[in-house]
Design a protein around this ligand. Structure first.
Ligand code: AHM
Ligand code: MG
Length: 474
């Protein structure tokens, strides 16, 4: 056994943990797997006529040469190579080609990785999160639209094909159309549309069904998606025949919290993008049932006092506010960081009688009833996007525990938990189902439900501690 382990370790190295202090400071490093030793760094070294290179990234694994210090610059640099890998499976070939053409130091992938690591390490925004997040000041003649922002972000990725950016534009358009419908919802009665038939003689649809249709129609013809799944539909939504299929899939909840519309409470759209993993052009169930850590983009739109779109592609979280006068989403909240400690607790405690004793104990801790934890302020809108958005900006924890009536809770893993967990982790927070990191849960069905504890890192860690969980990533 020992001999086998030694042989394996000589080939693929041995796993090492990413230092906790580094993950705390750079939460994005929780996405990497580290191995020390093995053949990969040596083979890469031989190619460069050295004994070894200090680090080499292959897909999600970073191989470190023995004795290499785990400096943040190095790990962030390699993390960037991991993103480049995710952007194109042809990355190793493109990398070698770039090195031959421009030389190792001028290789665009190297320049990009150096800039990324350098900026992240020296950017003052990486200091411990403040209670307030950044808000952009636009001048009367210069604004950053979502389009400009996406293009500028894309330039940082030499390997980007523009397809993901296209998906984000199309989603922004769908969001504007839905925002428009939501704004008009209160007028439906006045305009006489409650008899199920509108002025054109068309049957009036419920807003969530309408939002579903808006998104499907905005997304199905761009040639970037090969399929979709919606909380509103039971099965895979295939791309209509005649339209080109792409390599991404979109999962979404078109109008979350839609029962709140009648009482003028904010509602939202939640979305998640994953890459196709099966062969062939049509989406398969396997493509949709991927764990959340494989998401390449995710976000939400909140239709509140203003409409905001917040998204991540794994490079931080950025928020855009819709300026209705020009019909554009403008960058308003760049690089959102969630405060490490919570201020708010969002939970529906009318289920208390159905919770188990551990959940009750956790809620007592959050309320400061044990005399140890600072009491959190309870705020529960009952509209996930609104509750999450407030906690993201102000610090807090959103909980939807399992209970005796709903043993898996209420929220859907693929349409609600995973996308918001990706946003939350990218903002420096955490998300758990009480026993494990949400984004590591392997889904087995499209409409699977999951308990959810999500928000400021300290509060989610308390949840996993009290619920007796062995966690990864939180
Ligand atoms: P929906 O997808 O049917 O709209 O339900 C999801 C909503 C969430 O927005 C919200 O957090 C939750 O349901 C509220 O549920 P409850 O009323 O059980 O607290
Ligand atoms: Mg929902």
């Amino acid at each position: 056994m020992d001999a086998l382990q030694r042989a394996l370790s000589a080939l693929v190295g041995r796993p090492v943990d990413t230092p906790r202090a580094l993950v705390d400071r750079y939460p994005e490093l929780s996405a990497i797997r580290l191995r020390e030793g093995g053949l990969p760094p040596r083979v890469a070294g031989w190619m460069l006529r050295q004994r070894t290179v200090s680090a080499l990234t292959l897909w999600r694994t970073i191989f470190i040469a023995p004795g290499t210090a785990l400096a943040p610059e190095l790990l962030l640099h390699e993390l960037r190579h991991m993103h480049q890998f995710q952007g194109s499976s042809a990355f190793p070939i493109l990398y070698v080609w770039e090195s031959l053409r421009r030389g190792y130091h001028a290789n665009r992938y190297e320049v990009d990785a150096r800039t990324f690591a350098d900026r992240r390490v020296h950017d003052p925004r990486t200091d411990p999160p403040e209670e307030r997040c950044n808000v952009v000041q636009h001048t009367p003649t210069s604004v950053v639209t979502i389009e400009r922002f996406i293009i500028e972000q894309e330039r940082l990725h030499p390997e980007a094909t523009g397809e993901l950016s296209g998906i984000l534009y199309d989603l922004a358009l769908a969001a504007k159309m839905i925002a428009n419908k939501v704004r008009m919802a209160g007028l439906a009665d006045i305009l006489g549309a409650t008899d199920m038939t509108n002025v054109q003689g068309e049957v009036q649809q419920k807003l969530d069904v309408l939002a579903n249709e808006v998104i499907v129609k905005a997304m199905d013809h761009g040639g970037r998606l090969c399929g979709m799944a919606s909380e509103e539909e039971p099965d895979i939504i295939h791309i209509t025949e005649g339209f080109k299929c792409g390599k991404y899939l979109l999962l979404f909840d078109p109008l979350d919290g839609s029962s709140n519309i009648d009482v003028n409470v904010p509602v939202g759209t939640i979305f998640s993008v994953v890459r196709k993993i099966t062969r062939g052009t049509r989406a398969e169930m396997e493509d949709l049932l991927q764990p959340g850590r494989r998401q390449v983009a995710a976000g939400y739109v909140i239709y509140g006092s203003s409409t905001m779109l917040v998204y991540t592609t794994g490079q931080g979280v950025h928020g855009f506010t819709l300026d209705p006068s020009i019909g554009e989403f403008l960058l308003s909240h760049p690089d959102i960081r969630i405060p490490a400690n919570g201020r708010y607790l969002s939970v529906n405690d009318s289920y208390e009688q159905h919770w188990d004793e551990h959940v009750r104990a956790l809620m007592r801790r959050y309320r400061g009833m044990d005399g140890e934890h600072k009491a959190l302020n309870v705020r529960y809108v009952g509209s996930l996007v609104a509750d999450f958005h407030r906690n993201l900006l102000g610090g807090g924890v959103f909980c939807y525990p399992a209970n005796a009536r709903s043993p898996r809770g209420k929220l859907r893993l693929l349409y609600e938990c995973n996308p918001l967990a990706f946003v939350c982790e990218q903002a420096g927070g955490a998300a758990s189902d009480g026993t494990m990191r949400i984004m590591d849960v392997a889904p087995s069905e499209l409409h699977q439900r999951s308990p959810l504890y999500m928000g400021s890192r300290t509060e989610v860690e308390l949840a996993t501690e009290i619920l007796g969980a062995v966690t990864s990533g939180v």
